[in-house]
Ligand binder design. Structure first.
Ligand code: FAD
Length: 511
């Protein structure tokens, strides 16, 4: 009994690399063994990348410093989670593990099931504590929004003030680099830094100054870089919790209450924070959406053409605005929502690529890769959910709208700097294109108008097929958000899907 009392609780950190608003940490008390496991099999997956690891290792070293200052530095292990947890539990006579409840990709889901089976068989009490409003084993979407509101209203969990020292051994001086993990080189010169202090500074500057024109400036890649919060990688890795960000937002909203721009911007920001949970809930409810079309009628519809995929990934499609966005993403690890949607839509409609192939490339490029948001969005922008409006972006129109002077294109496609302004968005129309651009910038790899028309015809043809709407209605019932959050609105979502209308939540996107 005495031994049991003295055993520390193992707090297993995963995508919750912080000490603030951390329900599992608060529950564990001061005598803990904080552990992070670097899992090589995870880092070998096709949706992971060196840039994600670099960001993660910065967040980890920051967390290690913070925990060390509290009295017990982070123990970092390398290997299979079950094996490492078993070793640590045996060595420190641990019988209790706490972690957050993770909604990750299929691999982390399977790993958690293995950990749960091992814990059960070995008398280890493993408790997973929610860190967001995502609900495990949710029976129905009815009432979900109210449950989220309650979760936010509960307030942030107090931060632990000191930890009892448990061990100081097993602490590597330096975290391995991406090469040691076998990750291919992935230069990303303008990548965000993963440290907690950077995340706090971004949150503070967004709510104090940068966010004023968020609502109107979020759509153009020229202004979004500064006007958006840029918090996504920190939220994805749990360096900040969504609840602490929402509470900071509420305080800022009061401070800026007399300013209309601020009020509108901070309302838009609140919506997006809520969408985060809304989308992750979809993956929690249907893990297969990472690998299967939500609406099965789309299965086998597209077959990826390797040359097209390669051109799209490299930013060499011959469509300047698409290529500039892709090269910007490669260099920064981030892109604003509208441009992500355009890249995905272009890949799925005009290039007719399978969303799983294009989606895996984007996942690797994003430092903020969040499976629940990512795969839901990839399917939405490809029309495979069966419940969303079909939106086929025209990248030339988007270029004119979002980069009218071509500043973004010229910055990221230096080979087009000499193209006269009137031809910048369609350089193939420039009479001197052959002479000036041959060998330097490709001609478009598809006929834009024709490819768009063909995609529209195929998608609408499919939607008119037998039984299509019936399945859509079932998908809407399971996944669509409920405006007003009542059983009545659930019935409405189903009726809308039957009539071929889309998920109401998606109609409110700023597209
Ligand atoms: C094809 C595609 C893939 C995407 N993949 C990801 C991804 O892997 N990880 C990711 O975090 N976001 C993803 N998004 C959503 C969105 O583009 C990013 O969240 C946003 O651009 C991040 O920048 P920010 O932090 O400055 O966002 P802000 O506009 O400042 O928003 C604040 C936060 O709200 C959340 N959020 C914003 N927009 C959305 C949205 N449309 N849906 C759900 N949550 C949202 C994010 O957590 C974001 O950090 C994807 C969008 C598309 C179209």
């Amino acid at each position: 009994m005495t031994q049991l009392m003295e055993s520390p609780v193992l707090v297993w950190f995963k995508r919750d690399l912080r000490v603030t608003d951390h329900p599992a940490l608060a529950l564990a008390g001061p005598r803990i063994l904080p552990v992070y496991i670097i899992e090589p099999d995870y880092w070998a997956l096709p949706d992971t990348s060196a840039r994600q690891w670099a960001f993660t290792s910065e967040a980890l070293s920051s967390l290690r410093d913070t925990l060390g200052a509290l009295g017990q530095p982070l123990v970092i292990r390398w290997g299979d989670a079950v094996r490492e947890l078993a070793r640590l539990c045996a060595r420190h006579k641990i019988t209790r593990i706490l972690s957050h409840e993770e909604t990750g990709n299929g691999w982390t889901y399977a790993r958690d099931r293995r950990v749960a089976a091992w814990a059960r068989e070995n008398g280890i009490d493993w408790q997973e504590v929610p860190q967001s409003a995502v609900i495990r084993r949710l029976k129905s979407r009815d009432g979900w929004q109210s449950a989220r509101n309650r979760f936010i209203r509960e307030g942030v969990v107090p931060t632990i003030e000191a930890l009892d020292p448990v061990v100081t051994s097993d602490l590597p001086d330096r975290l391995p680099d991406a090469r040691a993990l076998g990750l291919p080189a992935d230069p990303c010169p303008h990548r965000q830094n993963g440290r907690h202090a950077t995340a706090r500074n971004l949150l503070d500057s967004f709510l104090a100054t940068r966010g004023t024109h968020y609502r109107s400036a979020m759509s153009s890649p020229l202004s979004a870089e500064r006007a958006c919060s840029r918090l996504s990688p920190y939220l994805a890795l749990g360096v900040l919790s969504v609840r602490e960000v929402e509470h900071a937002r509420q305080t800022a909203r009061k401070a800026h209450a007399s300013d209309k721009d601020w009020t509108q911007s901070l309302n838009s920001f609140a919506k997006r924070l809520a969408w985060r949970d809304h989308f992750i809930q979809k993956l929690e409810d249907e893990p297969e959406l990472e690998t299967r079309c939500l609406h099965p009628a789309h299965e086998g519809l597209r077959a990826t053409d390797a040359a097209r995929l390669q051109a799209w990934c490299a930013g060499e499609t011959g469509l300047p605005f698409v290529d500039a966005c892709m090269r910007y993403l490669a260099a920064t690890g981030w892109l604003n929502f509208r441009m992500r949607a355009m890249l995905m839509s272009f890949a799925s409609y005009q290039l007719w690529l399978d969303w799983r192939d294009s989606g895996a490339h984007l996942a690797r490029q994003f430092t903020d890769y969040e499976p629940g948001i990512h795969w839901s969005q990839c399917q939405m922008q490809s029309g495979t959910t069966g419940i969303n409006t079909l939106r086929i972006y025209n990248p030339v129109k988007q270029g004119h709208d979002q980069d009218p002077q071509g500043r973004f294109i010229r910055a990221w496609l230096p080979e087009l700097r000499a193209v006269p302004q009137p031809f910048l968005h369609r350089p193939w129309d420039w009479p001197e294109a052959q002479q000036q651009l041959a060998g330097r910038y490709p001609e478009p790899i598809i006929d834009l108008e024709q490819a768009g028309r063909a995609a529209r015809d195929r998608m609408w043809g499919l939607r008119k097929g037998d039984g299509f709407q019936k399945i859509s209605a079932r998908i809407a019932q399971k996944h669509a958000s409920r405006a007003g959050d009542s059983a009545r609105s659930s019935a409405m979502a189903t009726r809308r899907a039957r009539r071929g209308k889309s998920d109401p939540a998606q109609l409110s996107f700023d597209l």
